[in-house]
Design a protein around this ligand. Structure first.
Ligand code: SF4
Length: 210
């Protein structure tokens, strides 16, 4: 299984070469610490997918696996407690994750149409995730895989700030494998592709939410 790579970046106030060097240094450090974990975690991922158990149990097990794999990123990402820029962009959530979140948060689940594209979700500080409260995630232990794997490889939040006039992309950790694994927890029978939607579609903002 390939480990990680970072996506290209487009615009920032930092020199691109400096950003590249910081990102390369961080991803190398993370990968070095992750390498010994892969064999055990790959075996666990296979077991989670194969052993019959409730879908919610599998979702939680896969979230836990992701946390263990990503724990070595501590100290080599720009993400910090109280930083919430990425809670204002599109947040794709599988239906089987949304059900676990609904139970944990005591929220009713809306039934959106499901989608694979999120280009109509305009990043905006006026349209946060409904679970963002006072700048922090109110469902942190039950946040979806998208949030667990969205890690900036730069040294601070300067590339994550939303800008109206220009697009800044990354460098981000590539959590594709983990997002594929959480997708595989869903109902994969023919004709039963797991439904995905933005977090705001599963959980429309309530009037008392900020
Ligand atoms: S679930 Fe939590 S971490 Fe994810 S976007 Fe919402 S508030 Fe942010």
């Amino acid at each position: 299984m390939p480990i990680t790579h970072h996506q290209p970046f487009q615009v920032s106030e930092y020199p691109l070469e400096f950003i590249r060097q910081v990102a390369e240094r961080n991803i190398s450090a993370i990968q070095e610490r992750q390498a010994p974990l892969w064999p055990r975690l790959e075996a666990r991922a296979r077991a989670i997918l194969q052993i019959p158990s409730a879908q919610g149990t599998k979702v939680r097990a896969m979230w836990k696996l992701a946390d263990e794999l990503l724990a070595p990123a501590e100290g080599n990402v720009g993400c910090r407690r109280g930083c919430s820029h990425c809670c204002h962009i599109a947040v794709g959530v599988f239906e089987h994750e949304a059900k676990v979140i609904a139970t944990a948060a005591g929220r009713a689940l809306a039934m959106p149409r499901g989608r694979t594209e999120f280009s109509d979700i305009v990043p905006s500080y006026t349209n946060p995730c409904p679970f963002l409260r006072d700048g922090e995630c109110s469902i942190y232990d039950n946040r979806p895989m998208t949030c667990r794997t969205h890690l900036s490889l730069f040294q601070d939040d300067s590339l994550c700030r939303l800008r109206e006039d220009k697009l800044v992309e990354g460098p981000y950790y590539d959590g594709t494998e983990l997002r594929v694994l959480i997708g595989m927890v869903g109902d994969l029978r023919p004709g039963h592709a797991p439904k995905m939607a933005d977090v705001r579609e599963w959980f429309p903002a309530q009037h008392d939410e900020g």
